[in-house]
Design a protein around this ligand. Structure first.
Ligand SMILES: Nc1ncnc2c1ncn2[C@@H]1O[C@H](COP(=O)(O)OP(=O)(O)OP(=O)(O)O)[C@@H](O)[C@H]1O
Ligand SMILES: [Mg+2]
Length: 263
């Protein structure tokens, strides 16, 4: 049977590079011939805008799929790359499905009919640790956590990892913590070096070797509905994510001796 890696990109903080990581890794994986599906779970729909533009509103929505059990809407972006777009009403989903039975496994059920068609499915989570993020943990085989370097970077991280452990021990034993990405790294700033040293001390090999540097070009790319690799392949952002993608592929499917380390 084919293995589909379902990678949940989640963080306890906003603005740390979840969407940028999903868009860029998705672009790189698809360009290397891996059939990849991006799923935008955030009502802000930034991932959707990156690829299909802010005004291009698809007919069927992910919200309807969650609420009414309809098929998830899948749109082709380019060869090997598809997207399930988000919609603004996803912001109301927590309340709407709050009393549903098995509400944490709706996404897993929705993805089941399409999962086998893909090598990778990347789930871009909202920054709230609500029912949508729990759905992503329940559907995923792999968890990747971006963290940007500020003084409170690690605050809340343990809670996020604990939440993933609860999901793993309860409903989704397939969920593995694949790694923490240090994002938006300012090479010359002492604060960033201190935060990196602290994260590596506390979490050891869980932290990817590759750091994603702060790079002004990354911010420009979504404005023209592109990911950074397509927009500026020689930028630091594209190069860092290329290295991260190789490290990610290397890690997936291997035993993870660091799994117990942070407890
Ligand atoms: N390495 C980087 N260098 C410079 N800017 C970056 C970098 N990574 C992300 N950004 C910018 O920071 C902002 C937030 O990034 P992004 O949307 O990827 O974060 P997020 O974690 O998905 O945020 P949210 O929690 O709001 O969904 C965006 O404007 C993005 O272009
Ligand atoms: Mg985002």
């Amino acid at each position: 049977m084919k293995t589909t890696h379902i990678i949940c990109i989640a963080s306890h903080k906003g603005g740390v590079g979840k969407t940028t990581s999903a868009a860029t890794l998705g672009s790189l994986l698809s360009s290397s011939g891996k059939k990849t599906l991006l799923v935008d779970l955030d009502a802000q729909r930034n991932l959707t805008s990156t690829f299909i533009g802010a005004r291009n509103k698809p007919g069927r929505t992910l919200y309807e799929a969650f609420c009414e059990g309809k098929d998830i809407p899948v749109f082709a972006i380019r060869e090997n790359l598809d997207i399930v777009p988000s919609s603004l009403d996803m912001g109301a989903l927590d309340t709407v499905i709050a009393s549903r039975i098995q509400r944490e496994s709706i996404l897993a059920r929705l993805l089941r009919p399409v999962a086998e068609s893909y090598d990778f499915i990347l789930l871009d989570c909202p920054s709230q640790m609500g029912i949508i993020t729990v759905n992503a943990f329940t559907a995923a085989t792999s968890l990747v956590v971006p963290i940007s370097c500020d003084a409170y970077a690690a605050e809340g991280l343990l809670q996020l990892l604990d939440m993933s452990e609860i999901v793993k021990s309860g409903i989704n034993p397939d969920l593995e913590l694949t790694g923490i990405i240090i994002t938006r790294f300012h090479t010359r700033r002492t604060l960033d070096q201190m935060v990196e040293a602290d994260l590596r001390e506390r979490y050891g090999k869980i932290v990817f070797d590759t750091r994603i540097r702060e790079n002004a070009t990354i911010v420009q790319a979504p404005i023209v509905s592109l990911d950074i690799v397509s927009y500026s392949p020689k930028s630091n952002g594209a190069m860092d994510y290329t290295a991260l993608s190789a490290e990610l592929l290397d890690r997936l499917g291997k035993p993870k001796p660091w799994e117990q380390r942070y407890q």
